[in-house]
Structure formats: C-alpha cells, structure tokens
Design a protein around this ligand. Structure first.
Ligand SMILES: NC(=O)c1ccc[n+]([C@@H]2O[C@H](COP(=O)([O-])OP(=O)(O)OC[C@H]3O[C@@H](n4cnc5c(N)ncnc54)[C@H](OP(=O)(O)O)[C@@H]3O)[C@@H](O)[C@H]2O)c1
Length: 281
C-alpha cells in the first residue's frame, strides 16, 4: 500500500491537492473531521480523524507512505505526538509552511511565522523524509471579502504589507509533484505568485473581474480588533492575525519555484479573481 494522506482536505489548498492527486491516478486518502459534510470527489477514500487528537489518526494512516500536512493551529501543542504517529506508518511528509519564516532569525516576526518555524524544526527532527513548501499569502484568503464585496462594494479591514499572492492551485500543483516524485527530500521551497500586490490592488482586481468598482478602506488595527472579537473570533487568532498585519515587513519576494517544479508559470491573482468572480457577484 502506497497511499497518500492529505490533511486539511476540505480546505482551500488540501481540496486542490486531493483533486490533482486523483487526476494523476494516485491512490489518495483525505483526513477530515466530518466525513458526512466533506463533499470531496468520488475516488478519494475519506477517513475521519482530528489532528488535535493523535490517536484518531491511526486508522487514516494505515497503509500510507506519504502525508501532506497542514497545521491549522496557533501552537505546536500536540504536534510531536502527531508526527510520531505519522512516522509509525508513513516515511515521507510534505508540510505547508509560510514564506515569512526567516531561517536565520532567533524569533520570527509574528506568532504565525513562529508557529511555522517551530513546526519546520519538529518535522526536521521527526525522522521522516521531509519537504517544506513555504507559501506567501494564499489567493483564496480573498474569499473572506465575499460578503463585503457582494453587499457594499467596499472592503474595510486592516492593511498589511503587500506580497506576491500565490494561487492555491499552484501550491497544489507543486505539492503533487513533490508528493509523488523523488528528488525533493530535505528541501524548503518558497512559493509565490508572479506579482507583489497590496490588499487594495487585490480588491481592485476582484472588482475588475466582476465588472464593478470595488475599493479597499484601511481600518485602524484597534478598530479591526474590536470588530473581529465582536464577530466571535477567538482572541488568540485575532491577536495572531493583527500581529501579522502590524509586524510583517514589506517584501518584494517573487520566486520562480512554481514554474521550475511544475513547468508552468505561476498563475496571476487576476486569473484567480476571474475564476472566482461568481462568488463575489
Ligand atoms: N492562508 C495563508 O495565506 C497561508 C499562507 C501560508 C501557509 N498557510 C498554511 O496553509 C494551511 C492551509 O491553508 P488553507 O487556506 O487551505 O486553510 P483552510 O481552507 O482554512 O483549511 C483548513 C483545513 O484544516 C482542517 N482542520 C481544522 N482543524 C482541524 C483539526 N482539528 N483536525 C483536522 N483537520 C482540521 C479543516 O478541516 P475541517 O473541514 O475539519 O474544518 C480544513 O480542511 C493553513 O492552515 C496555514 O497553516 C496559509
């Protein structure tokens, strides 16, 4: 048995990884918390399990050789036990990390980059053959603006440093090559889109895709904090997100890694906005 287990399989990236692995004829399993609502394509074996409860992963891991791991938490609590459980079954892991991780820094700029740096260290020590995919801001984060764009044509929120937003399908394309191919072990790849974009530029691009003028209005961090807490978001998540907003430095980083690995140029945010235009109308 040489199946690949995809975690975060109902998420923006994981779902694409499942779809694209299936397209290559690979035997795929999807780890989901609720198999009833997963809505994954036929052909994938959907297995229930929770990354915060390592003992629930045994069933999903039986017979797998490789795991695509996303870590949807703000701390590494529980990660060593999850990695030990994975290593009892599989021999290879591909981890989705952040391009903001600075290899040389003692402390990272913010809690989210710190989490990924800490996860990378645990994975390096896990005994598994590892590959790390460090992604910039994922284009699908823009889905968080759907409601505002549909109803007001203005996106109000905290601003953050511009980055070369990467299409989730490019991350998935790279992940599939790395999960199914040899020669990527022990490597950290930085995945970016082709163009550095501010939030205002992303919002404007979505407006062009739907044929309406849509603008971005920067909200002070304290106001954003109050709004996010009032929306019921957990305090730790709000503080981590706002720390990213306040502390991440501007970066002009654009890599050619997507094209080098997949053979196709990285997709633009414009292409993403056109593909998803209906969601914003
Ligand atoms: N967003 C970015 O810009 C960015 C940039 C760099 C790296 N990343 C990393 O990429 C990861 C994936 O991004 P994404 O946009 O695909 O995330 P997403 O759409 O929010 O999906 C998160 C996934 O994690 C699953 N999940 C949540 N809690 C779980 C648990 N306790 N046990 C098992 N599965 C659980 C969710 O499944 P359920 O259906 O069970 O909820 C969902 O499939 C992020 O977690 C982050 O670490 C993100």
């Amino acid at each position: 048995m040489n199946e690949i287990l995809v975690t975060g399989a109902t998420g923006n990236v994981g779902r694409q990884v499942v779809v694209e692995l299936l397209a290559t004829g690979t035997a795929v399993r999807a780890l989901v918390r609720d198999p009833e609502t997963a809505g994954l394509p036929g052909g994938v074996k959907v297995v229930g399990g929770d990354l915060s409860e390592p003992e629930t992963l045994e069933e999903a891991l039986k017979g797998t050789s490789t795991v695509f791991l996303v870590w949807p938490f703000l701390t590494t609590k529980g990660a060593p036990a999850v990695l030990e459980t994975i290593a009892r079954h599989a021999h290879r892991i591909v981890y989705l990390s952040s391009s903001g991780v600075d290899e040389d820094a003692e402390r990272q700029t913010d809690p989210i980059n710190q989490l990924h740096a800490d996860m990378e260290r645990l994975i390096e020590k896990s005994g598994l053959e590892w590959t790390v995919l460090r992604a910039t801001t994922i284009a699908s984060n823009a889905r968080g603006w759907v409601e505002q764009i549909r109803t007001t044509h203005v996106v109000r929120g905290p601003d953050m440093a511009a980055t070369a937003v990467v299409h989730e399908r490019d991350i998935a394309d790279v992940a599939v090559r790395v999960l199914t191919g040899d020669g990527y072990v022990g490597t950290k790849f930085v995945l970016t889109g082709p163009q550095v974009l501010s939030r205002a530029q992303q919002v404007h691009t979505i407006g062009e895709a739907i044929g309406r003028l849509v603008s971005f209005e920067k909200v002070p961090v304290q106001v954003a904090r109050e709004q996010m807490l009032a929306d019921g978001r957990p305090t730790a998540l709000v503080e981590a997100l706002l720390a990213s907003v306040e502390r991440r430095p501007a970066s002009n980083l654009v890599t050619s890694t997507v094209e080098e690995i997949t053979g196709a140029p990285a997709r633009t945010f414009r292409a993403w906005a056109q593909e998803h235009a209906e969601e914003f109308r």
